[in-house]
Design a binder for this molecule. Structure first.
Ligand SMILES: CC(C)(COP(=O)(O)OP(=O)(O)OC[C@H]1O[C@@H](n2cnc3c(N)ncnc32)[C@H](O)[C@@H]1OP(=O)(O)O)[C@@H](O)C(=O)NCCC(=O)NCCS
Length: 170
């Protein structure tokens, strides 16, 4: 989703079709607790991803955050509690489908609806961007999380995801 044609405009305002933050209609909902990541949040966001086992040696999480924030077609949203980042979601559109990444809830804050709210926040952002269908990938080593997404109405798309690095790094 970040292989984009677009740079965020010089005035840093996003195109009208891309929400700069959660839509105004959302604040009353749990998803309304989420806001876009700011510079000061990045360390905590990456720390949460590490604590949740979402980082991999071949992905630089700092670059992932920076890229998603730089591109107007993507974002990283978070919820905080008492100054600590407790939940995140990365959302982006590739021009056809919307995608969610880095759905994460602090282990100490799980089971309270924050995961559901994170997904709802990502969906709200994508909906405002005009996306009709949202998808996400679950690593085969993380199959136990599939039940979480099923509770939220997601279903296996009977599709294999294939990939290849284009930068020659691997
Ligand atoms: C998956 C994760 C985000 C769930 O967060 P959470 O805050 O505990 O989830 P919620 O409390 O919002 O749960 C929402 C619903 O899913 C259910 N649920 C949560 N985890 C589940 C699981 N592993 N399997 C099945 N159901 C699950 C809850 O019981 C709840 O059901 P209900 O609302 O119908 O009663 C969290 O466990 C996490 O961060 N895991 C590690 C990171 C990860 O693997 N992310 C996904 C990458 S693809």
């Amino acid at each position: 989703m970040t292989a984009g044609r677009l740079e965020r405009p010089a005035d840093a305002s996003a195109p009208a079709s891309i929400p700069a933050s959660i839509p105004a209609s959302a604040p009353a909902s749990p998803a309304g607790r989420f806001r876009e990541v700011a510079d000061d949040d990045v360390e905590q966001v990456v720390g949460l991803w590490r604590a949740c086992g979402l980082t991999r040696p071949w992905n630089d999480p700092y670059a992932d955050v920076a890229e998603a924030r730089r591109n107007p077609t993507s974002t990283v949203l978070l919820a905080g509690e008492q100054g600590a980042v407790v939940a995140t979601v990365m959302a982006g559109t590739d021009g056809h489908r919307g995608w969610l990444y880095y759905v994460a809830v602090d282990p100490a804050a799980r089971g309270r609806g924050l995961g559901r709210a994170a997904v709802a926040a990502g969906e709200a952002w994508l909906r405002t961007a005009g996306v009709r269908k949202v998808q996400l990938m679950v690593r085969s080593t993380n199959a136990s999380v599939v039940g979480f997404y099923e509770r939220l109405g997601y279903a296996d798309q009977d599709t294999a995801v294939l990939g290849r690095w284009l930068d020659g790094s691997r």
